[in-house]
Write a protein that binds this ligand. Structure first.
Ligand code: MG
Length: 339
């Protein structure tokens, strides 16, 4: 779902990162559509003249639903910044004009297939390889990749598929020189993540567990992770993402930018975010071609050195190509302030 938000002065774009199914989080496309249409957008339209700092208050009556909130928040911020002729990267205090790219590889049928994919992405220049793991398809698979590529930057992501009873799996992964183990346990269980982090050498990284800067502060205080994956769409948008960054940076916890199959709209937001100073690890900000034959925007292309340039135009710096937007649109709904 994309939101195009028009103010008296300009317009901006936001992208919802929810999936078709409520598998990654409770949010999903149809639900987010209703939350935006029936709860968030009416509140925004009723609120009158607003600045970016007012958005939290305007949306505060809706509990949770960070992906739906991000859709409108990001569109609002984009509209504001386009009017000011300021890029999102500048507004965020970004310090780089190129960011390092990593790639996330899903669970493959066979180990050979996995090795082929790793080979292909390394040849394209990706700086960090992340392997999805699940019980039964973990240590052996990762060890096979590590054996062929002893020096690459390698991570794993479990998407909350394990319990603390699987600790031997993590002890075995500890020997494979991983940059991090991402979200091994249930998303709501910071306590057992802290227990696991205390028992292994490899840094844990939290993704699904971190839905706000308060979550990040709690996770850091408990020792539940040593790295945080920031997905702006998961934490309620670009404003809260900046707060998560600031909390982590103040605590000396490195962050990186995750991805959720965004089109060029969300990708542009991610690139601006990933250029902030605390983003010291390559993110999942892969090239458009990793996901789309024909993106909504002009495609984002990765250089052979594994970096991508941060958009510098006003706001997020990109817009959907009108003909591509028309081609791919399934449904549109317009909400207005009224007569
Ligand atoms: Mg993840």
């Amino acid at each position: 779902m994309l939101a195009r938000l028009e103010t008296d002065e300009g317009a901006g774009w936001g992208e919802c990162v929810a999936d078709v199914e409520p598998g990654y989080s409770e949010e999903f496309n149809e639900g987010a559509w209703l939350v935006v249409r029936d709860h968030l957008a009416p509140a925004l339209l009723r609120a009158g003249d607003l600045s970016i700092d007012d958005l939290d208050r305007v949306f505060a009556h809706v509990r949770g639903n960070p992906m739906a909130k991000a859709t409108l928040t990001d569109a609002f911020v984009d509209a504001e910044l386009r009017v000011r002729d300021e890029s999102l990267a500048t507004w965020l205090g970004a310090e780089r004009n190129r960011v390092g790219c990593g790639v996330s590889i899903g669970i493959t049928e066979t180990t050979e297939e996995l090795l082929d994919q790793v080979e292909g992405y390394l040849a394209e220049g990706y700086l960090r390889i992340k392997l999805k793991i699940e019980p039964g398809l973990d240590v052996e698979r990762v060890a096979a990749v590590r054996a062929v590529h002893p020096d690459i930057v390698l991570s794993v992501d479990a998407n909350a598929a394990y319990s603390i009873d699987d600790i031997e799996v993590f002890r075995a992964l500890d020997d494979l020189d991983l940059l991090m183990i991402e979200q091994p346990l249930h998303h709501a269980d910071l306590v057992r993540h802290a227990q696991l982090q205390g028992a292994i050498r490899t840094a844990l990284c939290l993704d699904e567990s971190i839905r706000s800067s308060a979550d990040a502060a709690a996770a850091i205080e408990l020792g539940s992770c040593r790295i945080v994956n920031i997905k702006q769409g998961r934490v309620g948008g670009i404003v809260e993402a900046r707060r998560v960054h600031d909390v982590c940076r103040a605590a000396g916890v490195p962050v990186w930018c995750g991805g959720m199959l965004e089109t060029g709209i969300g990708r542009a937001q991610n690139l601006a975010l990933a250029a902030m100073p605390g983003f010291t690890l390559p993110g999942d900000t892969s090239a458009s071609a990793r996901y789309f034959l024909d993106d909504l925007t002009e495609p984002f292309v990765m250089s052979p050195d594994g970096t991508m340039s941060v958009p510098i135009g006003p706001g997020i710096g990109v817009s959907p190509r009108p003909e591509r937007l028309t081609e791919t649109t399934l449904r549109t709904e317009m909400l207005t302030r009224g007569p």
